[in-house]
Ligand binder design. Sequence first.
Ligand SMILES: N[C@@H](CCC(=O)N[C@@H](CSS)C(=O)NCC(=O)O)C(=O)O
Ligand SMILES: [Fe+2]
Length: 246
Amino acid sequence: MSQHPTFMFLRQLFDRTSCTYTYLLADSYSKHAVLIDPVDTLVDRDLRVISECGLQLVYVINTHAHADHISASGIIKKRIPSVKSVMSKASRGKADVLVKENDSIEIGPNYSLKVIETPGHTAGCVSYYLTSPIQNEPGIVFTGDALLIRGCGRTDFQEGSSDTLFSSIREKLFKLPHNTIVYPGHDYNGITCSTIAEELDFNPRLGKEKTLAEFQEIMTNLKLSYPKMIDVAVPANLNDGISPGE
Ligand SMILES: N[C@@H](CCC(=O)N[C@@H](CSS)C(=O)NCC(=O)O)C(=O)O
Ligand SMILES: [Fe+2]
C-alpha cells in the first residue's frame, strides 16, 4: 500500500429503465478509475462524470453477462481505446482481462478489488470485494445479481442454479465481515445498499434461518417474466458489449 494521502471516490449511478446500479470507483490520489456494470445507453452521462471529476478511466468491469441490458464496455472502448474490459473466465465471454477467484483488479496504487466467484444467477457471476486501507473501516462488496437487497438473482436461465447460488451467498458472501457494505447490481425498491449483517438477518429468501430446501422452493416459484432484452443482451455481453455482426 502506498503512503500517499488518498480516499476512495465512490459514486452510485442508476439506470431508470433496467434499475441497474453502475459504480464509479477511483483512487483520489492517482485519479485511476473503474466503472462496474455500466449501461450502454448511459455512456455519455458516465463519461461526463468521469471527466468533470478529473478521473482517468482504466477498467470497465462486468459482474456477469447481463440479461436485461447491454454493457457499455464496447462503446466505452471505442471512445477511449486505452480502457480494458474485465469479465470472469467462467462466463466464457470475450473481454481484455478474464478474472477468476482471488484475482485482483488494481485501482491506482492504493486500492484493489478482489474477485469472489459467486455463481448461481449465472455460471459466470463474480462479486468484487474492496478492502479499505484504513484500519477498522468496513469493506465494500459489489455483488452484481448474486446477492440483492432482501433478495437475490433469479436462477431460471443462463445456467442458473439455486443450489449453487445458495452456497455462493451462504459460504462466501455471508462469511465476509458482517459490517461489509453490500452494493448490488440492481434494486427494484429504491434501496441503495445494505450490509452482510442485515442480509443475514432479514433476507427473506436465504437469510440465516432459511434452509436450502426453503430457498429452492422460493426460487422455483418466483414466476418472474423473462427480461425483455435477454435475446439481444446476452449475445452482446458475451462479445464484450458488441452485438455479434455489428
Ligand atoms: N423485468 C426486467 C427483468 C427483471 C429481472 O429478471 N431481474 C433479474 C436481474 S437482471 S438479469 C433478477 O434476477 N431479478 C430477481 C428478482 O427477484 O427480481 C426486464 O424485463 O428486464
Ligand atoms: Fe443478471
